[in-house]
Each structure stands twice: as C-alpha cells, then as structure tokens.
Write a protein that binds this ligand. Structure first.
Ligand code: SAH
Ligand code: MG
Length: 225
C-alpha cells in the first residue's frame, strides 16, 4: 500500500485543464506537449512556494507556451509578463529553418503580436497576461520586481541567450525557479546556446540547482541570493 502511494506521488503532475490544453496545442509554436505540461507543473510549484510574486516568460511567439503559464498565473492570482519583441528570432527569419510565412505582415516583417493577442483572447487569459513588447535584455535590465518563476525561451544566438541569462536570472527569488528551453547536451540534438550560455552558467554560479527536466526543458531552483 505504502509503495503504491509513493508511486502515485512520484508520477503525479499538476495538469492544465483540457480546454486550454487543446488551445495551447492548436497554437503555432515550438513547445512540445509533454514539455508544456512539465512547464505548467513547475510554474505551479513556484507560485505555491512564493505566493503573490509574478511570473515571466521570455519568448512568447504566438502564445503557445504562454497558455500553460497564463493558466498558472490565473490560478494563483498573479500576473504573467510575456516578453517578446514579436519580430521573431534569427531562426524564424525568411530562409531559415523555422520560418513560417504566415506570420509575415503586410510590410514583409515577422509580426507574431496579432497571433499572440488572438491566442490570449481565445484562451480567456488577457486579464492575467501582460504583453511586454520589446527587447528582452532592455526590459530585463530595467526590471524591479522579484519573480517566482522565469521561463527563458527567447533567441537562440549565443549573445542573445547570454544576455537573457544576465538580464533575467537575478530577478528569480530564492526558492523560485528558472526554466530554460531548448537545452541540448549534444550538438547533434540542437543548438548549444541555451545549454552553454544559460543552463551551465546558472549551475556554475552556485545559485541554482537542477530540480527537474523533460525533453529539452530544464528547471533550476534558486538556492542562494
Ligand atoms: N515559447 C514559444 C516559442 C518562442 S520562439 C512557444 O511556446 O512556441 C522565440 C521568441 O523569442 C520569438 O518570438 C522571438 O521574437 C523572441 N525573441 C528573440 N530574441 C528576442 C529579444 N532579444 N527580445 C525579445 N524577444 C526576442
Ligand atoms: Mg523553445
């Protein structure tokens, strides 16, 4: 009996309600299903540990991962700040691997903001998700508030990733979580910038320890100021 209970506790994961999950999964973007669920679970734990503190997402694109995180914010009565200049990362530009011509506007530029807004409206999350449209480094440098949870999924160039780590990791409160997407140990699995410029420096700093992972998602807890 005790063994069974332990097993149930081990596999238990807080899950997003099915309507919103369906909306998330039908939204353009790059967040795999299982990793979105793991993100939701981690953010829920951070909000429970540090009540009242906001959440930040760096890199929202069309709002796919934002649905999982916005629901957490709603359930915990906090705000999710969704940071993105909405001009797309390098790899989203025309001629690159992750280009989607549908998100190019009448002026020939990538603009995911209308898609993002639409996703938040359909998901009923406009009241808790605050658009922060601009450069993530500039916004992070001016940031004043501690956050319970920071999800970094912005640009994957080395300088951009390093800048996101430097601008945002200081704002994670002790006991809060820093989640990093697209962390690949081996170059053959994907670009190394999130691994080399965010994940490794966070661990090396001694301020963060790894608490969970799912696919390319790594979740780190801040343990010291
Ligand atoms: N989390 C999203 C995917 C994000 S893609 C999902 O679940 O699908 C990365 C996003 O980071 C892009 O929308 C791009 O516009 C944004 N981005 C890249 N570099 C940025 C920067 N320096 N400042 C702000 N946003 C940036
Ligand atoms: Mg990603």
């Amino acid at each position: 009996m005790l063994a069974e209970l332990r097993w149930i506790a081990f596999v238990w994961q807080v899950m997003l309600e099915s309507t919103l999950r369906t909306i998330a999964l039908s939204t353009k973007g790059f967040m795999p299903e299982a990793e979105g669920d793991a993100l939701y679970d981690a953010a829920s734990r951070a909000c429970a540990a540090l009540p009242g503190l906001p959440i930040v997402e760096v890199g929202s694109y069309c709002g796919r991962s934002t649905v999982w995180l916005g629901a957490v914010a709603r359930d915990h009565g906090v705000v999710l700040h969704a940071v993105d200049h909405h001009g797309g990362s390098e790899e989203n530009q025309s001629g690159w691997e992750w280009h989607d011509p549908e998100v190019v506007n009448a002026h020939g530029r990538i603009d995911t903001l209308p898609y993002f807004r639409r996703t938040m409206q359909v998901a009923g999350l406009t009241g808790v998700v605050r658009e922060c449209v601009g450069d993530s480094h500039a916004i992070g440098k001016d940031w004043k508030q501690k956050v319970s949870f920071c999800f970094i999924d912005g640009g994957h160039g080395r300088d951009v990733a390093r800048g996101d780590y430097e601008a945002w990791s200081p704002h994670v409160e002790v006991g809060g979580l820093l989640a990093v997407h697209d962390v690949f140990e081996r170059p053959e699995d994907g670009g190394q910038a999130p691994h080399d410029e965010i994940y490794q420096p966070a661990l090396r700093s001694g301020k963060f320890v790894e608490v969970s992972n799912c696919g390319s998602l790594r979740v780190l807890r801040r343990v010291v100021v």
